[in-house]
Ligand binder design. Structure first.
Ligand code: NAG
Ligand code: NAG
Ligand code: NAG
Ligand code: NAG
Ligand code: NAG
Ligand code: NAG
Ligand code: CA
Length: 551
């Protein structure tokens, strides 16, 4: 796999560059960089992202301890028989001879060679007293599991076993999973398998018979704690939707904690016996032997680091975002402008970095000229801005007037009256927006600071309308009456803008002696007057019918 190659290359590079340190590179999903340079309105700035270290083989970084401490075979030397054949007794263990010793380190060496190398316990000499062994793996660092824990047993899988975990460096322990040939008998638990779990029961601790059953141990040596099957409940069968899992992890601390450990403990409670009855005459058939333990995970850095360093036998995150601590769990001194919080996986793909901000731009420096007492930190711009500016102000420090307002020059910036409403005439102005001295942008024919007046040749009618008629140059003809300078009210027999067209021209009957071009009636017809009066009262009546004066 490319990843393995990358890891190897990285290891070589690291060996060259850092004699005492061991880095591993980042990338699972979109969390491989903590920040990148971006161009914004303010020029070149940093964009901060949630990030996490690459998952790696965590067995390179652990300490192993056994309880009882002298349970490893070979001191004094012992001869073992094979579980499936009590007459095959050629397995020798001698701690003082390298080829015959089975120390705990052999659970973590590179396997794949022949013969396999394994740790082995003393045999069950004190039967029926249980043969109890605890194998504790400690990282002295919180790590997040990313793949199944796999134990390979070389002399039959144990008939009873508990996998436990600690989140507090070994102070307290919780079971992770129970394993038994008979769950009810061993732990009074119903046997279950990981396939029985659902999204709702994912955190349930189960007892499984999947890894203890059967006598064909030669071919079936592994005991698993299934991480990926559990991930798959959220991320889909091939983990193609990690975003969904990350989303769940973001919002559910219990789920995050479930996959987080500082220590693991394998409690071996009963070795494989291969039969219902233990052969008391030959107890050298019964013992534990483990050739390999796989623990794949990553340093937990609270999404504030994309690499983790192994230095002086200790793992620690290389914290970014001005965080510090082995897990990047605090803000650096002088960067406590707001409370520390873990980065978030959401929104996918980048996440929110939740970086620590300098004290100097914390709430104490929330300068809003008294128009707000709340600020927000904009990570992309590395600045603090006021939010919810009152008194019609806006801007980073509430130092500008919001749209529709302009600066009151006689008021200080912290004055409640600092912004004056533009008050643009809604009919006369293009929009409610004015320049620094309160001038609005006027529509055609309109003028004045608020666009409330008409230019010559225009008349106010919900805005300035150009004149149609007046009493001097644009006279209504044929007895028409100029209404409001906006239209001529024509007698029934005339039409046209200025009543210049005779309706009779095309009609045979009803054409009287009046010629077009006759001077208008004086005084104006009562109906014209009436309409004019009505107009003053209500615009709705503007189209009121006008009866001829004769009526
Ligand atoms: C381990 O040591 C204890 C006491 O130090 C002793 O009682 C016990 O028998 C030893 N166990 C083995 C397997 O050597
Ligand atoms: C193993 O760990 C358990 C608790 O996790 C403890 O009760 C027990 O004494 C330990 N030692 C052995 C030998 O079982
Ligand atoms: C019991 O084990 C010894 C080796 O310790 C072996 O020589 C012997 O044959 C075995 N006896 C039986 C009855 O299986
Ligand atoms: C401008 O500010 C002064 C000082 O506060 C205030 O007296 C005045 O009323 C303000 N002008 C307007 C138009 O609000
Ligand atoms: C606002 O507009 C008016 C009229 O166009 C102009 O006289 C005035 O100088 C402008 N004020 C500013 C600050 O631009
Ligand atoms: C003291 C310290 O680490 N300051 C860092 C805070 O974060 C900015 C942006 O990442 C860095 O430039 C500083 O060096
Ligand atoms: Ca091995």
């Amino acid at each position: 796999m490319n990843f393995q190659l990358a890891l190897t290359l990285q290891a070589i590079w690291t060996a060259v560059c850092h004699a005492a340190m061991q880095h591993y590179p980042a990338a699972w999903g979109h969390y491989d960089v903590c920040k990148s340079q971006i161009y914004s309105d303010d020029g070149l700035t940093w964009d901060y992202m949630a990030c996490q270290p690459e998952a790696a083989d965590m067995t390179q970084y652990l300490k192993v301890s056994l309880d009882p401490p002298n349970i490893t075979c070979g001191d004094p030397p012992e001869t073992y028989c094979a579980l499936e054949n009590p007459y095959m007794c050629n397995n020798e263990c001698d701690a003082s001879t390298e080829e015959l010793a089975h120390p705990p380190e052999l659970m973590f060496d590179i396997e794949g060679r022949n013969p396999t190398t394994f740790w082995q316990s003393s045999s069950w000499k004190k039967y029926p007293k249980p043969l109890l062994v605890n194998i504790t793996l400690s990282w002295h660092k919180t790590i997040e599991l990313t793949d199944d824990i796999v134990l390979t047993f070389e002399s039959g899988r144990p008939e009873q076993m508990v996998l436990e975990k600690s989140l507090d460096y070994g102070r307290t322990w919780q079971p992770y999973q129970f394993y038994a040939t008979d769950c009810l008998d061993a732990f009074t638990m119903e046997p279950k398998t990981v396939q029985d779990l659902t999204q709702h029961t994912l955190l349930d601790i189960i007892c499984t018979e999947d890894y203890s059953r059967g006598y064909v141990w030669k071919y079936d040596k592994t005991v698993r704690f299934e991480i990926k099957d559990r991930f798959a409940l959220f991320a889909g069968p091939r983990l193609h939707n990690m975003a969904s899992l990350y989303g769940q992890l973001d919002t559910t601390k219990k789920l995050r904690d479930f996959f987080t450990i500082t220590d693991l403990r394998i409690r071996l409670l009963r070795p494989a016996t291969g039969a219902t009855m233990v052969d008391e005459n030959n107890l050298s058939r019964y013992f534990y032997a483990i050739s390999d333990i796989k623990v794949h995970g990553r340093c937990k850095c609270n999404l504030h680091a994309n690499s983790c360093v192994y230095d002086k036998e200790k793992l620690s995150c290389e914290c970014e975002h001005n965080t510090t601590g082995p897990d990047c769990g605090r803000c650096k001194i002088n960067y406590q402008g707001r409370a520390w919080s873990a980065g978030s996986y959401l929104p996918i793909p980048k996440g929110t970095a939740n970086i620590c901000i300098p004290n100097s731009i914390g709430p104490v420096n929330c300068e809003c000229f008294g128009h707000s007492n709340r600020c927000s930190y904009i990570e992309v711009l590395n600045t603090v801005i006021c939010v919810s500016c009152k008194h019609n102000t806006r801007g980073q420090h509430c130092h500008l007037c919001k749209m529709g307002y302009y600066r009151n020059v006689s008021a200080e910036l912290d004055d409640e009256n600092v912004c004056i409403e533009c008050n643009c005439n809604p009919f006369g102005s293009v929009r409610d927006h004015c320049n620094g001295t309160g001038f609005c942008i006027c529509k055609e024919g309109t003028t004045g600071p608020k666009c409330q007046e008409c230019l010559p040749g225009y008349l106010w009618d919900n805005g300035c309308k150009s004149l149609v008629c007046d009493d001097e140059l644009l006279r209504c003809q044929n007895g028409g009456v100029c209404v409001n300078n906006a239209r001529c009210n024509c007698p029934p027999e005339y039409s046209g803008l200025l009543c210049e067209k005779s309706r009779c021209e095309s009609e045979a009957a009803g054409c009287g002696s009046r010629e077009s071009g006759q001077p208008p009636l004086t005084p104006p017809s009562p109906c014209g007057l009436l309409t004019l009066l009505l107009l003053l009262g209500s615009a709705l009546l503007r189209e009121a019918p006008c009866w001829p004066a004769a009526l």
